[in-house]
Design a protein. Structure first.
Length: 482
């Protein structure tokens, strides 16, 4: 797998007096790495600043300064951001920001407004105010937008966002519905059941129309099994009058097991998280961190890093940082120091795990398989798990430490094996508004492949019998609509 560095922006793009770029870090990746959302940290007049740009990987151009949607960096300061690349209504951003026109902006470092930008248009400059009729009276964090760009979750200690008493004075988890302009606190069972400890958003998933939100908290109010007074993992399904909250990090003895802060991912019906508990599954006695995966429907839990026990010995404490999981839930990207515990516990590499067999490959290495000579971190992957990017300090991987490396693998989806199915002379055509697009397919080793991105609404096959076979047309549609 070949990684190439992305271009650093010209200093003039950041400001007339910008003097030095500290880093360009990847935040989110569009399908097939066509675009990146990046965070640029730079120095201007001896002060540190951050800007968020869209980087076009084909043209190698920083095309959009996200703050321009809100009046520019002189007017706003972005403190949290997420993007839904595949939203039905077009690429959609959820942006937490500080309004510099407010007199109090110098006294805060966390934005208290969330703007929604949809298909290049500012849809709402403060969806929180639209939904609650109030401007949040303290900052919001951990902003996450749904894949379809219809819902936003965030953490905040603001106590003026719901129409009942919010008196716990700690961070709660909130759910925003963009189209309906509604807001509800979800880190509660009912309006009267507040958490006594802060709750922080980790992610959410919508399957068959049901939204489930993953959060962490040390609060004991949500489960009678939670007696450990430590950070635990919970899943909430919002309801009209009452929310359903389930303790996820539960031991084989039905007791709460603590997790590592901000180390959990939810995709569809699967949750992956990091914990140093040896009581979550049988046979775990390494007294170290492990990565676990749990199926939400079945409750079955598995230790993904069990094969690494032999590498840990007594060299030092292993550490895992989860970076991403693809929509098919068969690839996990993470960083760790597990291979250098005997030499340098501060040296982290980027890895990719195949969740089908738990095999691990190293991403932070040269084409000749020389691993990075310094730490690599802040990795991301696209939703298909076809492309990856990460930031590195390794001088044998990038010329300037702090740079970002990225793959750019084109779409290629196998629809069916024509030889195996006994089908010959099969052609596939795509239609838009009842008009043929005359898009040819590539035949390679008897596989029908799609290797380009097209806008379409209908797929037609020339051989009627082909409709009777199991064709991966859903995967093809996911590819082509991007």
């Amino acid at each position: 797998m070949v990684f190439l560095p992305i271009e650093e922006p010209e200093l003039s793009l950041l400001g007339d007096s910008a003097s030095h770029i500290v880093s360009v870090a990847p935040i989110s990746m569009a399908p097939f790495a066509s675009k990146l959302l990046v965070e640029i940290t730079y120095i201007d007049s001896s002060k540190l600043y951050k800007l968020y740009y869209i980087y076009d990987t084909e043209s190698k151009v920083y095309s959009t300064n996200v703050s321009d949607y809100l009046g520019g960096s002189d007017v706003v300061s972005i403190t949290s951001i997420d993007v839904a690349w595949s939203a039905t209504a077009g690429v959609t951003f959820a942006i937490a920001y500080i309004d510099k026109t407010e007199s109090s902006y110098l006294s805060t470092s966390t934005g208290n407004r969330i703007a929604i930008v949809q298909d290049g248009v500012l849809l709402d400059n403060d969806i929180i105010k639209t939904a609650s009729q109030e401007v949040a009276n303290t900052g919001v964090n951990d902003v996450v937008i749904s894949a379809l760009g219809t819902q936003v979750i965030f953490s905040s200690a603001a106590n003026n966002l719901v129409d009942y008493l919010d008196t716990n004075d700690v961070s709660d988890v909130f759910l925003l519905d963009i189209s309906n302009s509604t807001l509800q606190r979800v880190s509660q069972i009912t309006n009267d059941d507040e958490a006594s400890e802060p709750a922080y958003v980790l992610g959410f998933s919508t399957v068959d129309g049901v939204t489930k939100i993953l959060f962490e908290t040390a609060a004991a109010e949500f489960s009678t099994d939670d007696l450990n007074e430590a950070n635990d993992l919970y899943l909430v399904t919002p309801g009209v009058e009452e929310n359903t909250i389930t303790l996820i990090s539960k031991t084989t003895n039905n007791e709460a097991a603590s997790i590592q802060d901000n180390q959990a991912i939810i995709v569809k019906n699967s949750i992956v998280y990091v914990s140093d508990s040896d009581e979550l599954v049988a046979g775990d006695s390494n007294q170290s961190q492990d990565i676990f995966v749990q199926n939400i429907d079945s409750g079955i839990q598995q230790r993904l890093t069990s094969d690494l026990d032999g590498l840990l010995d007594s060299y030092g404490e292993v550490d895992y940082e989860l970076l991403g999981m693809n929509n098919s839930v068969n690839q996990l990207m993470f960083s760790s120091n597990y291979t250098t515990l005997d030499t340098d516990t501060t040296l982290y590499q980027i890895y990719l795990m195949d969740l089908n067999d738990k095999s691990i490959s190293t991403l932070s290495q040269t084409p000749s398989q020389e691993v990075g000579n310094d730490t690599s971190s802040l990795g991301i992957m696209d939703s298909f798990g076809t492309n990856y990017a990460y930031q590195t300090q390794a001088t044998n991987l990038v010329e300037t430490p702090g740079g970002t490396l990225i793959t750019n693998i084109e779409p290629s989806v196998v629809l069916l094996n024509t030889s195996e199915k006994g089908i010959t002379n099969l052609s596939l055509n795509l239609y838009k508004d009842d008009n043929s697009l005359d898009k040819s397919v590539v035949i390679d080793n008897s596989n029908v492949l799609i290797t380009e991105s097209v806008t379409f609404d209908t797929v037609k096959l020339s051989v009627t019998d082909a409709y009777d076979f199991d064709i991966n047309i859903t995967d093809a549609i996911d590819v082509l609509r991007h």
